[in-house]
Write a protein that binds this ligand. Sequence first.
Ligand code: ZN
Length: 571
Amino acid sequence: MGADGVRPRVFWARTGVYRRPDSAGPIPAAPMAPVANKVCCPSRRQPRRHRRVAQCNKLSFVTVSLATSESAPETAEADVLVIGVVQTPGGPAAAPGLSGVDEALGGTLADALAALGATGEPEELTKIPGGGKLPATLVLAVGLGSAPEEGTSFDAERLRRAAGAALRSAAAKKAGANGASPASKAVTLALPSLTPDEAEAVTTGAVLGAYSFRKYRATPATDLAITVLTGDGNAAAVNRGQVIAKAVNLVRDLVNTSPLDLPPAALAAEAERVAAETGVAVEVLDEVALKDGGYGGLTGVGQGSTRPPRLVRMSYTHPEATQTVAFVGKGITFDSGGLSLKPPKSMETMKCDMSGAAAVLAATTAVAELGLPVNVVGYLCAAENMPGGAAQRPSDIISIYGGKTVEVMNTDAEGRLVLADGIVRSAEDDPVLIVDIATLTGAATVALGGRTTGVMGSSDEVAAQVATVMRAAGEAAWAMPFPEELRKGLDSTVADLTNVSGDREGGMLVAGLFLKEFVPDGIAWAHLDIAGPAFNEKAPFGYTPKGGTGAAVRALIAIAAETAAGRLPGA
Ligand SMILES: [Zn+2]
């Protein structure tokens, strides 16, 4: 029931029977109870009948408000109405639940799509004017690929990408007829959202696609009021999708922030700020405490910068939790390479070298917001790797927390040094699983490309399980081996081990083997090398913008959920 007593039309129950042109029978829609509508952040086009629920978020310096509604899409008074198009042997066809839109357009929807060259290919965008026949000004049709088998749901990642592509287009700043771009836009998504998984995916994709980083720009972004048309039974799923997307967008903000403004102490302060909002405990070790505590990796890497290192420990505990999972993130707030200086071109993206720590920060607080029944300890290993006068030298020997010594032969292989401190420390929390996350090696990108995470682990089984969980969460991941013969490249003549091998082969795996030396026996461990997926230098795609992507956040939340369920680590 609407807030003002007007009963909204029940969209899915009425139109949720979809007859595909290539199939013999209709796909029955799941029954769904009529529900109240939720909307927040009044926008100029919001229908009055929507019940307002506070769900406003200042995301990425763009105000995005999210609501759910069971209204029929053909009644949506939005600037942009997003609909789905599927590929069929007979040509493009509207996705389920759009017969009302088709009727409003005089039964011309399929013809219009075909005439405009739509095929239904994933993420393809086709614009159809509302033309006064619909309250929406513009219908934005987004391709969903081939329709799923009858009786099955749409693939979650495909929905995320479709919603993301649509919102990227809708959010793009374009001047209107009078030369000015609108201050706000209302976007309603009528994508397939019958099941909780579908509704969560559409929500996540939309909020991720709406992302825009405007911190350093004079012109404000267009504020967005997003409405997801779905059943009220999916409210929890929509909320989950929003929490997850908010966490990913937080990482994007941190990665995109100028490294001038984000030294280790600022990253620690951000962790404290976000944690305070979610009831997560935070402890920060400064450079003095790190030196006194024997954290030789963070101390050594950070000593070449005037802005000293920090180790941040975030801790979320749940009263019913029986398991603890530890996340350890590489937080090099800028990586010049140190005295083993990088060439200028390689330095251009090195503000992203704290992506792992940012993912830990965001995922730990998201797990708390979602109330997952698992304990999470998150470590942010934060340092700035600079070649100042006090910088560590190639051939310096440092002592990692716990006492193992490392001969630093290349100061640009610094991530593994700060992570080693964090991994050893995290083992003291008695976790069943340690997961470290790092933009660790260029070799990972050479091997797997720019979108796939390399997963290594204490055993092939753990690596495979974690990679599977990541893929299910919509993050491309591939389990990698640890060939035995590579380990001896890390032997040192003067210390317990060196930080780089003299041999260039298998660089991603050698880095993983280095970290493995610091994982105590008996604790399952996974290492995620996100050097490729953490930062997108190419064109935006799906819900992924240029710049910081927020890689690994969804993976870590999924890993926490699987640990809570007792499925990770497996046998
Ligand atoms: Zn480096």
